[in-house]
Write a protein that binds this ligand. Structure first.
Ligand SMILES: Nc1ncnc2c1ncn2[C@@H]1O[C@H](COP(=O)(O)OP(=O)(O)O)[C@@H](O)[C@H]1O
Ligand SMILES: O=c1ccn([C@@H]2O[C@H](COP(=O)(O)OP(=O)(O)O)[C@@H](O)[C@H]2O)c(=O)[nH]1
Length: 236
């Protein structure tokens, strides 16, 4: 039996690159979609927020000196591209997905309308939220916390490049060790950087737990959904 009925899955945009320098790596996206399909087949309702770092960092050179808000809108559009790619890969893998955008681009994707999103989830469709929160100066982690709270997800699953929350950034400090679980207050007090502070605060206020795990580890998503020991749980 899955441990959760409805989840909000945050997928790192950057992880979609696989070993490429930027963009979407075909094999990587297919593998991720198959892992998501496995949990939907267990009856879990899945909402997804996807990042944009794989596309936007690829063109970020051109954004140097740009107005921050404008650059952020470019980042949000990048997440919409990833959302479309993800939904289409899901279609090819026999799933039904709907993309909803936080900024109006009606000819391309439908706008985010909360009751509609809830309806899709109840119907067993995967809902992919594009364009983050729709606001500059935010991140897709914050969008994951926000949409997770809005759709009543039981947990936010952050699938990222590291396999959990460490005592320090493991990329910089090889002696860092991984937490099994850590409270919001402790993670904020220790200024651990796996999730941004706004997302952390929102989840803490809404008592929405977060699980951080590796997007690269085969079967990790399923183990997380089954409530098995995987990654780090950030709890109230
Ligand atoms: N205490 C920590 N524990 C784990 N990872 C950390 C920590 N501090 C910083 N990081 C870094 O955070 C990164 C993951 O967060 P982020 O850049 O937001 O990824 P995403 O692309 O999934 O949004 C990791 O690559 C890791 O190097
Ligand atoms: O609510 C949001 C979400 C995203 N972004 C922009 O979109 C980019 C891509 O998102 P993010 O960096 O969170 O993606 P990831 O790190 O997961 O690839 C960010 O850098 C921001 O510029 C934004 O302005 N508001």
């Amino acid at each position: 039996m899955p441990a959760h009925k409805r989840i909000l899955l945050k997928l790192s945009g950057e992880a979609l690159m696989g070993d490429d320098a930027y963009g979407i790596n075909r094999a990587t996206i297919v593998r991720m979609v198959r892992e998501i399909r496995e949990v939907t087949q267990m009856g879990v309702e899945v909402a997804v927020v996807i990042g944009g770092g794989n596309i936007f960092r690829g063109v970020a050179g051109g954004s140097v000196g740009m107005d921050r808000a404008t650059a952020d809108y470019m980042g949000m559009l990048a997440t919409v591209m990833n959302a479309l790619a993800l939904a289409d890969t899901m279609r090819q893998e026999g799933m039904t997905a709907r993309v909803m955008s936080a900024i109006a681009i009606e000819q391309v994707v439908e706008p985010y309308v909360r009751p509609k999103a809830l309806q899709y989830l109840e119907e067993g469709k995967v809902v992919i939220f594009g364009a983050g929160t729709g606001n500059p100066f935010f991140t897709t982690d914050t969008a994951a916390a926000l949409r997770g709270a809005e759709v009543g997800a039981e947990i936010v699953l952050k699938a990222t490049k590291v396999d959990g929350v460490y005592t320090a950034d493991p990329k910089k400090d090889p002696s860092a060790t991984r937490y099994h679980r850590i409270s919001f207050d402790e993670a904020i007090a220790k200024n651990l950087q796996v999730l941004d502070a706004t997302a952390f605060a929102l989840c803490r206020d809404q008592k929405l737990p977060i699980k951080v795990f590796s997007i690269f580890k085969p079967g990790a998503l399923k183990r997380v959904v089954m409530g098995e020991d995987e990654g780090t749980l950030v709890h109230v």
